[in-house]
Design a protein around this ligand. Sequence first.
Ligand code: LP5
Ligand code: MN
Length: 240
Amino acid sequence: MGTVSALLVSDLHLSPSRPDTTDAFLGLLAGQARAASEFYILGDLFDYWTGDEVLDDPSVRPVVEALAALARGGTQVSFMHGNRDFLVGQRFADATGARLLPDPLLVDLDGVPTLLLHGDTLCTEDEGYNRFRAVVRDPAWQRAFLARPLDERLAEARRLRAISEHEKQSKPSEIMDVTPSEVFRVLRAHGYARMVHGHTHRPGVHRHPVDGRWCERRVLPDWQGRATGLVARDGRLQPF
Ligand code: LP5
Ligand code: MN
């Protein structure tokens, strides 16, 4: 078996409309994750998150309690924001025992320098998305948005999800993948580390030659009712 040092997941898109995915997540937290010293969620845990008041929602409670139980059991739980759940805040962190990670973050996984990202920042050619991101990641915008009544925020989130699904139909697929030159720039800026991200829904192993060195970029899969991600074991990253 070897020692499991970390489990990495992203893009679960948990929602009350997909209970099978929530069940798969609860199963992972109660099972395999307990053997890991680190549990990394690299964004889009939730289909959308309109503010930490959602913690009181009965559909979210089992997930929060399972994360808290994992953290109490000694696994360090870490959460990075995605483009769907960038409004996850300190109340969520306190309730789950998770630490909130900056994006990107360089960590050591079994001695291998590894750069963790959600992945959206690598998609620099998606101009519509980047305009949207600049607005909603602005702390002043977030404060104003979070001050609005929860039902209005929910309506905005649903409206935006519909716009997003509509716009994606007409976006060329390369635009929704990472921009190679941006990947090279980020790898260079972080000492040619191994990279792990999600978001693009194109899971796999990519090897990029950057300045004469081969750099590995691992893309996490999105969840479709089944637990899936990467496990760091004996210095290697393997899909599960
Ligand atoms: O998420 P996915 O996979 O469908 O597509 C993403 C990009 N879309 C998004 C939007 C999210 O799906 C919806 C987020 C809900 C958050 C809820 C809480 C906060 C509510 C805030 C309400 C304002 O991230 C999509 C990318 C795709 O990934 C691939 O990378 O292409 O980007 C878009 O579709 C964005 C559109 O191109 C532009 C949207 C225009 C919005 C108007 C501009 C800014 C005004 C914002 C404030 C009201
Ligand atoms: Mn995403």
